[in-house]
Design a protein around this ligand. Structure first.
Ligand SMILES: Nc1ncnc2c1ncn2[C@@H]1O[C@H](COP(=O)(O)OP(=O)(O)O)[C@@H](O)[C@H]1O
Ligand SMILES: [Mg+2]
Length: 299
């Protein structure tokens, strides 16, 4: 099953590219378009009302979409991990069930669980393709850093558990082996990274031809690579047409500076995909299909 994701700083066109590609490809196969941007605009771009549960988008051929907000993620976390966490904690500590609520709202839990939600959808085989519109760069990197930390903490948890096993067994209240659960969680974290570093995952870095966006893109690219996740494609969006007016200032100066930055992108990333600044609004099915033509040659 393929996963295509869009990463980058805010306002560069991640959601537009994700929605346009999804709209186009959903003419041929079933596509799930999913966003976990905390301030999502996917509903506006598709001109529909989305919820956290994937639903078929009316007026589109075979497109399903979901906007996963934090509350929904917390609820999903509780139903997936709540009991297990309660089981482990209550086998050593005199805690009440409301500890589940408390932990579900701890910082980082919902971010980290978001990756799990994507992973489960990816594994489910319900769609031919999943297209994932990520939050602006800092948010999505936070997600990955948390996942990585969680993974190393779980390794520590296993070691600690083994060291204390004899003692813990004496005071333990419940049945079953917490080590099994901790190991399952660890495997899950590992699988999530395997999904992201899988060659079937096409990761797109979306950017614009501006100095700051250039720097953000480079940082994002190297941080992802450090985590073993490769970029498949760099998309430079909103590029002005260099032939429109060669003598109009400040337009001509802006065009010149964009072209210079474009050269730098091409030097580092090889052939980047260039999308022009369009004069129509890339929203709704028609607008998105029109926009998707710029993307298609390379997908
Ligand atoms: N190539 C383009 N030409 C003109 N406007 C664009 C282009 N790509 C995106 N936009 C517009 O830019 C704004 C930001 O795009 P959006 O996809 O929401 O960015 P992001 O998801 O990265 O925050 C939207 O109003 C969108 O319609
Ligand atoms: Mg967006």
């Amino acid at each position: 099953m393929r996963l295509i994701s869009f990463w980058g700083k805010g306002g560069v066109g991640k959601t537009t590219c994700a929605a346009a590609l999804a709209t186009n490809l959903s003419e041929e196969k079933s596509v799930l378009l999913i966003t976990n941007d905390p301030t999502p605009t996917l509903s506006d771009i598709l001109e529909t009302n989305l919820s956290a549960e994937p639903s078929k988008v009316p007026g589109y051929t075979n497109l399903y979409a979901a906007e996963i907000d934090e509350e929904a993620v917390i609820d999903m976390w509780k139903s997936r991990f709540g009991e297990e966490v309660y089981y482990i904690l209550s086998s050593f500590l005199p805690v009440e069930r409301d500890i589940i609520d408390y932990i579900a709202r701890a910082p980082g839990i919902s971010d980290q669980f978001m990756l799990y939600v994507i992973y489960e959808l990816w594994r489910s085989d319900r769609y031919d393709l999943i297209i994932w519109d990520t939050p602006a760069s800092s948010g999505s990197l936070r997600l990955l850093r948390l996942e990585r930390e969680m993974y190393s903490h779980l390794s520590d948890a296993v070691k600690m558990y083994l060291r204390l096993k004899g003692f813990l067994n004496k005071i333990r209240r419940g049945e079953g082996d917490p080590l099994t659960l901790i190991n399952e969680w660890k495997l899950l974290a590992e699988n999530i990274f395997a999904m992201l570093s899988n060659p079937d995952h096409e990761l797109n870095l979306v950017t614009i031809p501006e100095k700051m966006a250039f720097q953000v893109t480079n940082r994002l690219h190297s941080e992802l690579r450090e985590m073993g996740i490769n970029t498949s494609r760099v998309i430079v969006n909103m590029v002005l047409d260099p032939n429109v007016c060669k003598s109009c200032d400040p337009w001509a100066r802006k065009v010149y500076s964009q072209q210079e930055i474009l050269k730098r992108f091409n030097r580092i990333y090889g052939n980047v995909l260039v999308i022009p600044n369009v004069s129509f609004e890339p929203i709704g099915r028609e607008g998105l299909l029109r926009f998707s033509r710029f993307l298609l040659e390379s997908f």
